[in-house]
Design a protein around this ligand. Structure first.
Ligand code: ADP
Length: 509
């Protein structure tokens, strides 16, 4: 094979990057640009999809010129994206009919609350309910389905256009693939199972759009992309496009699934946790979509051939690194995020306090949107160092809550946790995590794990990498954090955390 690189477009919530990877899985060149965050009303979040397409073209051209290469040096392209973010565009003009509605946007909260009241749809105490059974998800504004419904109901003329076959829906993966393969001049309209599984519209068992969900949400099937495997040649870039030549687009994965793949969590029971603004913990559960009875989501992980899919259990934590930002921006007791390590190591423990950062309710495994943040157990002995340490511990305790739910659902005990994301640079945070879990925490060398994951998926489709053995071989450890706590201390402290969480629940009701 003469081509030397796989190119990845990593389209995230705040920025878009293009990264070139070589055969040993190392990033060779990258280029990044931010885009505007649009907040039209409290709780609403939008992006301009045309701006994202324009930034995507800019970062591609930038990386090609940095690395001084042409399209001939690129074997395949992989795309990873912020998931759930919803775009509807006119297939004849190529223009979106409304801004992209971002995954964080809560505009459909009322619609979801009404839907939850309808008998049979929401999950009962036994963990059963139509939405869970069909899609593996929950009724929540987070997913694409109610966002599509909102656009069809609120943008003048949208529903008529959709019913006349003039509109296309996509998450950002579909939008970029359509544009890169020619747009109005023959662009392909596709998505992969991992993105489709975040829409509320795909049957998690059949991997096809589900008619009952489409009927319930009043979404015409004609606007939906075709669901394909994640590792698959969807189409080719064009000579006129930003790559300046014909390259196969051969990989498509949602960002959290891409990180799980990039961490080489390729066997059942392997898991990773990404520590960013929030935390996203995913566990590979093999080729059966186990339904969670403990507040987790069941999601498609990846597929390399039609009708064969690997699944993951997912637990999302809303506030993790964001609690560190709150110490910095609101309390102003640190100047920068890395200061947490310095101050927290000045004390031997958190002085008996717990900080539950439920600023926007509690996500997995509790899903209590009425919970609010609290600091419990303070005395006059309490100092800022204790609060800073308790903030780091809160990230680790929330992770343990999710892992305990995963262990219950999967029946497997997690012996080691692979970690990535911006906050894993904090060694004390990682050590506290090992102590609170009672297991090893493993930090790999490459920090571009998400982009690397979809590079692998695309590279496998074109033979750039031979098989999953190549991927395991490339994965390398930077540092292992071993548990240094006794079981007795660990359980006593965790019981304190559970008590603190109970105190925060059901607050705004
Ligand atoms: P995202 O992709 O969600 O924007 P990143 O993976 O870039 O997030 O990580 C940034 C988050 O990690 C921020 O919330 C920041 O507060 C936190 N963070 C960054 N460095 C540290 C550190 N050294 N210690 C603790 N938290 C950190």
């Amino acid at each position: 094979m003469s081509s030397k690189y796989v190119a990845v477009i990593d389209q995230g919530t705040t920025s878009t990057r293009c990264i070139l990877f070589s055969k040993n899985g190392r990033p060779i060149a990258s280029n990044q640009m931010e885009h505007e965050q649009i907040f039209p009303n409290p709780g609403w979040v939008e992006h301009d999809a045309m701006e994202i397409w324009s930034r995507t073209q800019d970062v591609i051209r930038g990386v090609m010129s940095k690395a001084q290469i042409t399209s001939e040096n690129i074997s395949a392209i992989g795309i990873t994206n912020q998931r759930e973010t919803t775009i509807l565009w006119d297939k004849f003009t190529g223009k979106p009919i409304y801004n992209a509605i971002v995954w964080q946007c809560t505009r459909t909260q009322n619609f979801c609350e009404e839907w939850q009241k309808k008998p049979g749809w929401t999950q009962n105490d036994k963990g059963e309910g139509k939405v869970k059974n069909i899609t593996g998800l929950l009724i929540n504004p987070y997913f694409s389905g109610t966002k599509i419904r909102w656009i069809l109901d609120n943008v003048p003329g949208a529903r008529e256009k959709a019913e006349a076959g003039k509109l296309l829906f996509g998450n950002i993966d579909s939008w970029l693939i359509w544009n890169l393969t020619g747009g109005v001049n023959g662009g392909v309209h596709v998505t992969d199972v991992s993105n489709a599984s975040r829409t509320l519209l795909m049957s998690i068992k059949n991997l096809e759009w589900d008619q009952e969900m489409l009927n319930e949400l009043k979404i015409p099937r004609s606007i939906l992309p075709e669901i394909k495997p994640s590792s698959y040649i969807y189409g080719y870039t064009t000579d006129a496009g930003p790559f300046g030549g014909k390259i196969p687009i051969a990989g498509d994965l949602g960002d959290q699934q891409a990180a799980l793949f990039g961490q080489a969590c390729l066997s059942e029971g392997e898991a990773k946790n990404t520590y960013g603004t929030g935390c996203f913990m995913l566990m590979n559960i093999g080729d059966k979509p186990i339904q969670s009875k403990n507040g987790l989501l069941t999601t498609a992980f990846y597929s390399r051939e039609k009708n064969k899919c690997y699944y993951a259990l997912e637990g999302s934590i809303a506030i993790a690194g964001a609690a560190v930002q709150w110490l910095r921006d609101n309390l102003k007791i640190i100047d920068a995020a890395p200061d947490t390590e310095y101050f927290a190591s000045k004390v031997k423990d958190s002085g008996g306090i717990y900080f539950v950062p439920a600023f926007s309710g509690l996500f997995a495994p509790f899903w209590d949107m009425t919970a609010r943040g609290s600091i419990l157990g303070m005395t006059r002995y309490t100092r800022k160092e204790h609060l800073i340490r308790a903030t780091l511990e809160s990230i680790c305790y929330q992770t343990r809550d999710v892992i305990e739910a995963m262990e219950k659902d999967s029946g497997k005990k997690l012996t080691a946790l692979k970690v990535d994301g911006g906050a894993v640079i904090n060694n004390l945070l990682m050590q506290l995590q090992a102590n609170i879990l009672g297991s090893e925490v493993i930090r790999p060398v490459v920090n571009e794990i998400t982009a690397l994951g979809v590079a692998y998926i695309a590279g496998l489709a074109v033979g750039f990498w031979k098989d999953e053995g190549d991927i395991r071989a490339n994965w390398a450890i930077d540092k292992i954090f071993k548990c240094e706590s006794t079981e007795q201390d660990r359980e006593k402290n965790y019981n304190g955390w559970k008590k603190a969480v109970e105190k925060c629940k059901n607050w705004t009701n």
